[in-house]
Design a protein around this ligand. Structure first.
Ligand code: M6R
Length: 615
């Protein structure tokens, strides 16, 4: 959703905040803004601009904002159009308070009406501005010696909905206050300087020591220290952690887009995620899962909840978990799960998959599952995220920071994770013996090299993507584990190239979708080797006979679909159940190349944000 930065220290705040916003721009790019406290005049100077951060940069080229305390925001619009006047920071009547906000306030209409009745003038259409005026009221009512953190705590209690707030006041030259409910806020702990941000990438250039802020907590950030309280003002303890990746991991490293870099990073990301999982006793060890063997043996079903690409990883997980454990496994879109009164309980393992660990739909689904007594395991890429902290057990994918809005390496590591979790469940429940678990693990361990090999073979995929980039409709077909990857290919293409793209189980096309095919319609077919391959070849023949341009992804040495392929993309052989770890690559490369051929920015597709923290 939105990206937020707060800074107090000795450096020019504008530089630190703008650098942080650059790193957070993937979270939203409808507008951006900063406020810096001028130590000479005690004015909170604000600059803000609709559109991408580059527009604000251009604006700031003409402006000086001196000071070493500042806040900043990059916006994904919810309340109010993405205009200059709705850009954050927002201020109170006198310009004493500046607020940046991530989230949505459900009672904002009521709050605004009350403020207007009490004589405040609200200058924007946002919910956020109400917060600035409410803080003004609380702060001013306290008179001399007013406590900004106390004012923020009081206002936070009045707010319904989700929020991260970061607040500065012109009378407080050494204090930035943050507050959070439901959305991410992390403290960066420096030396003589401290940071607040939506995620650690914003301050990783300055410090790798971090502390997550918990639900309904308020942070007082000063140069020499940080104090965290609950909404009643009681100080609360919290754990700090060391971020084990650095600035280089959050940079483009010469690639035109983060997405292209992240696609290339996949062999390493998967190696990190699956490496070192075999104990000396030859047993698979997922120690971090922290669910006892006895509890695992008590499960009668698995339910996977996730959104978007993470949902597709979950669909693959269903095949692996059912195959290896024989536990009935359902996969559900998180936003649907929560509201249909699902049948889950103590005998249910709910697996919540989320790269960001902050997706509101997934978070609400896991909360609901826990209320019903289910065990919740998070599969996430983000240490300290809400989903990680609210789950009974966490499996961290180790893909490093993913900046491009379209998820690539994180999805790849989610796939690796669901296979590992499936194997772990099978080992503990005794549905697969030790030799078989080790053999599957060995197959997984070989995957990073095979992904690297697949990446070297993508030129034909790029070529066909460019050739057909004027097409307004592309279909994707797959069977078995190829089906979720067909869905993923279609999602990526929609997201990046804004064309109509649909994924189908190949066997289903004759029940309706085949009517979409006309002369030249591009159809990407995931025709890798597996038991259903002969049926899939029949499906390719069916669409070819109706004029489709068939782009066939086939396993090395398998010629069965070759006669019907207009374009043939070869991938290395692996066990068919693991094939998504390879077929995902051409899906990613195809969509990126197709979108770039249309002149589009593949890191920041329109209308989207990296982390969707509203329901
Ligand atoms: O952070 P999450 O994994 O929970 O995000 C879920 C979806 O929003 C995400 O996968 C989205 O579909 C991606 N932009 C797809 O590339």
């Amino acid at each position: 959703m939105c990206g937020i930065v707060g800074y107090v220290g000795e450096q020019p705040a504008l530089d630190v905040v703008m650098q942080g916003l650059r790193r957070l721009e993937y979270r939203g790019y409808d507008s951006a803004g900063v406020a810096v406290l001028d130590p000479g005049t005690h004015a909170l100077n604000v600059a803000r601009k609709a559109g991408k951060l580059a527009n604000l940069d251009a604006e700031l080229a003409e402006t000086e904002l001196p000071g070493s305390l500042g806040i900043g925001h990059t916006r994904w619009a919810t309340h109010g159009a993405p205009t200059d006047r709705n850009a954050h920071p927002h201020r109170d009547c006198s310009g004493a308070v500046a607020v940046v906000h991530n989230g949505t306030l459900e009672n904002f209409a009521e709050l605004r009406d009350g403020l207007t009745e009490r004589g405040h003038h609200l200058a924007s259409d946002t919910d956020t501005e109400a917060v600035a005026h409410l803080i003004e009221e609380r702060y001013d009512a306290a008179g001399t010696g007013a406590d900004l953190a106390a004012a923020v705590r009081a206002v936070a209690k009045e707010l319904d909905g989700s929020f991260v707030l970061v607040v500065a006041h012109r009378d407080q030259p050494d204090l930035v206050v943050g507050a959070r409910r439901n959305l991410p806020l992390v403290i960066g702990l420096g030396d003589g300087e401290n940071f607040l941000a939506s995620d650690v990438t914003a301050f990783i250039a300055y410090t790798r020591e971090a502390r997550a802020v918990d639900q309904d907590q308020v942070v007082e950030l000063r140069r020499e220290g940080v104090r965290v309280t609950d909404l009643d003002g009681n100080e609360v303890a919290g754990d700090t952690y060391h971020v084990d990746w650095d600035t280089a991991a959050a940079e483009k490293a010469g690639y035109e887009y983060f997405m292209l870099k992240e696609i290339e990073e996949q062999p390493e990301a998967v190696a990190e995620t699956i490496g070192g999982r075999l104990g000396r006793d030859g047993r698979l060890r997922l120690d971090e899962l922290a669910i006892s063997d006895e509890d695992i043996r008590g499960f009668h079903q698995v339910v996977i909840v996730a959104c978007g690409s993470s949902y597709h990883s979950g669909l693959v997980g269903k095949y692996a978990i059912e195959r290896w454990t024989r536990l009935p496994t359902q996969v559900e879109i998180a936003s649907e799960f929560r509201y249909r009164d699902p049948v889950v309980g103590r005998d249910t393992l709910v697996i919540a998959i989320s790269q960001s660990g902050e997706t509101a739909d997934t978070l609400e689904a896991l909360r609901h599952a826990r209320q019903q007594g289910a065990w919740v395991m998070a599969v996430t890429n983000t240490v300290g995220s809400s989903i990680a902290r609210e789950s009974d057990a966490v499996f961290y994918t180790r893909s490093g920071p993913e900046i491009a809005v379209a998820s690539t390496k994180a999805v790849m590591t989610q796939l690796a994770a669901v296979y590992l979790v499936g194997l772990h469940l099978a080992q503990v429940r005794g549905t697969r013996d030790g030799d078989e678990v080790r053999s599957h693990y060995a197959d997984l361990a070989a995957i990073p090299d095979l992904i690297a090999e697949t990446l070297t073979r993508m030129d034909p995929m790029r070529k066909v993507a460019r050739e057909i980039s004027a097409a307004e409709r592309v279909l994707f077909l797959g069977r078995h584990v190829g089906y979720p990857m067909a869905l993923e290919g279609a999602l990526k293409l929609k997201e990046l190239a804004y064309v109509s793209a649909e994924g189908f189980p190949a066997g289903e096309i004759k029940h309706g979708p085949i009517a979409l095919i006309e002369q030249g319609t591009p159809v990407v077919v995931l025709a890798t080797r597996h038991a259903l391959a002969p049926k899939l070849v029949t499906n390719v023949q069916e669409i070819k006979a109706r004029g489709a341009r068939t782009i066939v992804i086939a396993t090395d040495g398998d010629e069965s679909a070759t006669p019907y392929a207009d374009d043939l993309i070869r991938i290395p052989d692996t066990k068919s159940l693991l094939s998504p770890l390879l077929t995902l690559v051409p899906m990613q490369v195809f969509s990126a190349e197709f979108a770039m051929a249309r002149g589009l920015d593949v890191d920041q597709p329109r209308n989207l944000a990296k982390s969707v923290t509203v329901e």
